[in-house]
Design a protein around this ligand. Sequence first.
Ligand SMILES: NC(=O)c1ccc[n+]([C@@H]2O[C@H](COP(=O)([O-])OP(=O)(O)OC[C@H]3O[C@@H](n4cnc5c(N)ncnc54)[C@H](OP(=O)(O)O)[C@@H]3O)[C@@H](O)[C@H]2O)c1
Length: 337
Amino acid sequence: MIDVGIIGGSGYTGGELIRLLSNHQYTNIEICTSRKFAGKKVSDVHRHLKVFLDLEFEDVSPRDLRNRCDVIFLAVPHGTSMNIVPDIMGENTKVIDLSADYRINSQTFEMLYGIKHTDKRDVTYGLPEIHPEISENHLIANPGCYPTGAILSAAPLAKSELINSVIFDSKSGITGAGVNPTHKSHYPNMAENVQPYKLTSHRHYAEIFQELSLMDESLINVNFTPHVIPSIRGILTTAHIFTNKQVSTDEIKSMYTEFYKDEPFVRVIDNIPTLSAVKGSNFCDIGFEIDVNNNRVVVISAIDNLVKGAAGQAIQNMNLMCGFDETEGLWIPAMSP
Ligand SMILES: NC(=O)c1ccc[n+]([C@@H]2O[C@H](COP(=O)([O-])OP(=O)(O)OC[C@H]3O[C@@H](n4cnc5c(N)ncnc54)[C@H](OP(=O)(O)O)[C@@H]3O)[C@@H](O)[C@H]2O)c1
């Protein structure tokens, strides 16, 4: 049994970490931090967790966390983790950061996020399907939600160096923006609406590009446009992948099946993925169709942004770091419909 701490336990990904960890055989949730709700029961804030956890939020120092926990999850806004990580990294502590602070190099981070990157250290990008070395590091940068769906949709073709150019068109549920309401998330603005945003300049582009170009260093034509849709959870990505030679349906099918054959959470399916088939689960569903006239493969990936796109993937990483079965606590079907 290991003791786990969650920094930022009152937010959406923090709540999802608690929900999923309640189903994990080998973890005890030792600390959930919240500055706002310190002293209040976790289940009074996350009411769906009543009877699953008898714990109060605490506002403790990072050093205290390090002394009481074997694994610490950071579920806090970007720019926050890098001020906490230096104080919680102990010889044996394992840390999984859900924010953007360690996903990309310092120079790119400073350019995109407009703040100084103050803590450079050795990290592994925590997408287990393409980074088998996760178990070797004590600090994992959990991927962004959009990049998880985008990278998984294109990785087999990138690895085979078959991509000429790619356009990722992604639609996200509103929980992607966190627990605090905004003008965008206000019900009359969100309901029955689709909001495209940052058409060519979303920060997650850097992660997508970084990871795909590690697989194919000649790849330069990578494009990404996000949208918010009136759904609570989920990211559906349509990847228009223009290939540098003609490929057949059978070739793509066997390429994707082979690439993900040992990956329990990627399902390569024969039909078109939908959000409701992955909602609440750690699965990434992938399906595709070939447009032979244009050398275009249309790949669809569907994930739950709070699970495979955040908390579930973080637990998957913890399982690998701690030598547990990769699926421990995560082997649950979606909540369809
Ligand atoms: N939402 C998603 O789908 C998603 C997916 C992938 C990655 N992420 C990333 O995961 C992180 C958390 O996202 P989220 O959606 O859970 O955000 P959130 O709902 O806004 O929750 C963040 C929590 O962090 C705590 N916090 C804020 N500033 C802090 C500070 N300086 N020190 C300590 N705690 C602080 C807040 O709790 P108190 O005010 O109560 O302390 C808050 O509840 C973000 O970096 C986000 O980009 C989110």
